[in-house]
Write a protein that binds this ligand. Structure first.
Ligand SMILES: NC(=O)c1ccc[n+]([C@@H]2O[C@H](COP(=O)([O-])OP(=O)(O)OC[C@H]3O[C@@H](n4cnc5c(N)ncnc54)[C@H](OP(=O)(O)O)[C@@H]3O)[C@@H](O)[C@H]2O)c1
Length: 239
């Protein structure tokens, strides 16, 4: 039986690229999405036509709704018969300094970026005998820039959770993180913005999606790797 991956927020951008990459490698994919209905449907059609022997299903859930989050893993297991990998990719990335951050704004980022991956992990470990989780973090977990304060704090906490969960859920589950640097511009910015930002990093260019896909492969194939963080940031975490 083909292995199954659930990728949260996979209708577009990095999640979409991970879904396409894993499908090419023979994975069945549970395509989780929330508002990007058309992009998710398009991805399902593309994957089905390019990989006719694969299984690709849409899973819609608002990660702000904890009851809906709890249903995701049981739905995937019912539909596919197994769940071998969760990629916690969905995220919100909203700009506010600490001074500007209200509790409601903070909670919204924590809900999607931290609480949902934590709950998915808990449900997954209850329903499957073993598995693999990859948390998409951010090179910002090492720094203290506060322009995206709530986002950065949510990713720092997810990194701490990744290590703690790796210990508690071993040896049945492996849990690792991947920390991209500037990869794709936010919706209100263009490619030039990203290229300019990247000039301040050792490799002097944006991460691009390819290094993230290579890191996904590395985590999947290295059966002894757990509680680790792979930076895909051209050295940005060092400066
Ligand atoms: N882009 C970068 O340069 C960069 C840099 C460092 C780290 N990362 C990390 O890499 C991952 C992917 O980045 P990205 O830029 O591709 O992400 P993104 O486009 O900002 O978000 C990915 C998806 O998250 C989903 N999402 C947001 N709120 C949701 C909610 N309430 N319920 C369910 N889904 C929700 C959205 O799904 P719908 O569209 O279906 O609503 C969205 O398409 C993220 O974890 C991010 O933190 C990215």
């Amino acid at each position: 039986m083909k292995p199954t991956a659930l990728i949260t927020g996979s209708a577009k951008r990095i999640g979409n690229a991970i879904a396409r990459h894993l499908a090419e490698q023979g994975w069945n994919i549970a395509i989780h999405y929330h508002s990007s209905v058309l992009s998710a449907a398009r991805l399902k059609n593309d994957l089905s036509s390019k990989n006719p022997d694969g299984k690709f299903e849409l899973i819609s859930a608002d990660l702000n709704d904890l009851n809906a989050v709890e249903e995701i893993v049981p739905t995937v297991i019912k539909e596919f018969g197994t769940l071998d990998l969760i990629v916690n990719n969905a995220s919100i990335f909203n700009k506010k300094s600490l001074k500007e951050t209200t509790i409601d704004f903070f909670d919204a980022q924590m809900q999607v970026n931290f609480k949902a991956p934590m709950l998915l992990t808990q449900v997954y470990s209850r329903l499957q005998e073993g598995g693999l989780i990859i948390n998409l973090l951010d090179t910002r977990v090492t720094g203290n820039q506060s322009d995206y304060a709530a986002y950065s704090l949510s990713k720092k906490l997810l990194w701490e959770f990744t290590k703690m969960a790796a210990v508690e859920y071993a040896p049945a589950f492996r849990i690792n993180g991947i920390a991209p640097g500037a990869t794709l511009p936010p919706a209100d910015k263009d490619k030039q913005y990203l290229e300019k930002l990247a000039l301040n990093t050792p490799m002097e260019k944006p991460t691009g999606v390819d290094p993230i896909l290579k890191s996904i492969d590395y985590v999947i194939n290295n059966e002894f790797l757990t509680g680790q963080l792979l930076f895909c940031d051209g050295g940005e975490n060092l400066v």
